[in-house]
Design a protein around this ligand. Structure first.
Ligand SMILES: [Fe+2]
Length: 312
């Protein structure tokens, strides 16, 4: 009984915090943004390119000062910003790292990003930090744990976060809930929004032999505050079946662009990030990729946005 009242009180506190400072889809423009890389700091500040917004990985800015913050401050003064965390281990079967969460809170306060997101994944095991983002089984236990972790994040940061669908390579036999249903229920319990990574949908659906169109048709588009687009690396498993790796090292594949187009036809225009984190190209190449994706987005500006549940 005490646990139930404790949870209800936490939900009430979270709702109050969210009502004071939740995201709206206009918090970054409904345009294409790109992941901000140190290689491009100078080119961006010198040429002021026509890019809708930038996204940074929070973990790259957790030091107190130095050149990274100097450049980010200068770019933040000129462009809308999104903050994307990859290291909080929302899905881990352990308590969140309080120090990491405090640093995330400080970054949100310092830069006031228009969007704030995290992965549905875990990247720590005991005290070991794993560089890859690892998926979790989808069951009642992990659902309750993830919801508790998101409650804690939103209460601490005092704003709504977006939760990103992961790229997966194997199915957990323990899973008893479908991925889309799991994400939708986490959002319903916590009031978080969702970040839909369309490349992750293509990677996971190919690897797991799911139907990507069906996945998208069932996805709660009214909760999506941001889309990710990226490139994958094709490979094969031991049996010769296609195995796609979420590599972020090239332009988005035409099949992923088609899924993006389908997503927008369902959801209307949504701020979209081009993620290119490995083999980072020169600025003109990244800019060209952003404009290619923005052409697709621009084709949907007349599509009505599904946004009923965004105004938490
Ligand atoms: Fe992503």
């Amino acid at each position: 009984m005490a646990a139930l009242s404790d949870r209800l009180e936490k939900q009430a506190n979270a709702a109050m915090a969210l009502s004071q400072r939740s995201f709206s889809r206009d918090s970054v423009p409904t345009r294409v943004g790109v992941g901000l890389k140190p290689e491009h700091f100078d080119a961006i500040l010198e040429t002021r390119p026509d890019i809708g917004w930038f996204e940074v990985h929070a973990e790259n800015y957790m030091g107190a000062g130095g050149p990274p913050h100097r450049f980010l401050t200068a770019i933040r003064e000129r462009y809308p910003l999104s903050l994307h965390g990859v290291g909080l281990s929302i899905g881990a079967a352990r308590d969140l790292d309080g120090d990491h969460l405090a640093r995330l809170n400080a970054l949100n306060a310092r830069y006031e990003p228009g969007l704030f997101s995290e992965h549905l994944a875990w990247s720590t095991h005991d005290s070991v930090f794993l560089s890859d983002l690892l998926p979790i089984p989808y069951d009642d236990e992990s659902l309750a744990r993830v919801a508790d972790h998101i409650d804690q994040v939103q209460e601490t940061v005092g704003r709504q976060m977006l939760l990103e669908n992961p790229s997966t390579y194997v199915a957990f036999k323990e899973s008893s809930i479908g991925e889309v249903d799991f994400l939708a229920e986490v959002a319903r319990r916590t009031g978080c929004g969702l970040l839909l990574d369309v490349n992750n949908v293509h990677v996971s659906c190919t690897n797991q032999q799911w139907d990507a169109i069906d996945y998208l048709n069932r996805f709660p588009m009214d909760l999506v505050g941001e889309i990710h687009m990226a490139g994958y690396a094709p490979s094969q498993d031991d049996h010769g079946n296609p195995l796609l790796i979420d590599a972020h090292d090239r332009p988005a594949d035409p099949a992923v662009v088609d899924l993006y187009d389908h997503t927008l036809s369902l959801a209307g225009p949504i701020p979209t990030l081009v993620e290119w984190d490995n083999d980072v190209p020169d600025w003109p190449t990244l800019f060209t990729e952003a404009k290619r994706v923005e052409t697709v987005l621009s084709g949907h500006t007349k599509t009505e946005r599904v946004d009923a549940a965004l105004a938490v």
